[in-house]
Design a protein around this ligand. Sequence first.
Ligand SMILES: [Zn+2]
Length: 344
Amino acid sequence: MKVGFVYDPIYLKHDTGQHVENAGRLEAIISHLEQTQLKQQLIPIKPRAASIEEISQVHHKQYISRIQDAAQRGGGWLDADTVMSPDSYEAAVYAAGGVIGATETVMNGEIDSAFALVRPPGHHATDQRAMGFCLFNNVAIATKYALNKYKLDRIAIIDFDVHHGNATHDTFYDDPQVLYISTHQYPFYPGTGRAEQTGSGTAEGTTVNIPLPAGCGDTEYLQVFEQIIAPATKRFKPEFILVSAGYDPHWADGIALMQVTTTGFGRMVKIIKGLADELCHGRLVFTLEGGYNPIALATSVKATFDVLLGNTDIEDPLGQPPRRFEPPSISSLIKSIKEIHLLP
Ligand SMILES: [Zn+2]
């Protein structure tokens, strides 16, 4: 398997200071990939800057200018959670361009799959508002790019970050060409993502929200992947799959209350890879969203690469949650979501 990765030091120059979403996240990933000698099994993809035209498929041009101006003025806080530095605009433009580059390389057939290791993350940034550590919605911009450039009819976005990707949800809510599936802790930040929201007009059924109670671990996530995500994706028959990969459902991540393990992420990725192999010639691109415990993040990203490469050995140095509390039962939730979406 030829697996690519996007990375560039520009992503470290989005300087957020003591913020939980900081450059140390990517540094932890890269150094772990180097130490474990996994990096040499991957094909590097140099990111380019996304053009204003490309970004404006998702964001208002005035908003793009506002972010550029804010960087030129030295940065600062855009909302209670989201901060910029002088280089943040450039980093954000290259983050969007990085996911586009990964998409191009996969769609051109040069590689089988890719992971864009970018920051700032994207799935909370709306058409005209930065929020939740995000400036531009990288996955949405790459989706629009792929639809236009390659004249695709159907793209699936699977978002397993612990937070609901409100902005990706809104961008494609009335777009029948894009299936958006999100697993997220609920109720939780940003407050959106009810199961009853399923898309509008001709896009009815192409939004699949899976709001999960706190405490879900590998067993619950795998049930959701097998019983909802896999059949919904198979029914949609995407020609390309993008993944908003957030590793903040890990039990060691302090931002939320899920109990997924590094091994669990590997199993989820294996299901996604199986769907891509079955439905779209393996065409699959991951992009980094959240994940705030450096060890959990680095080992889980490595597990993701191992699965994409076809390596069977998944290293999980953190293991199972130490004080495992009883996970919630989600069988009635799964049943009701299957009913909402008329899944078998
Ligand atoms: Zn998140």
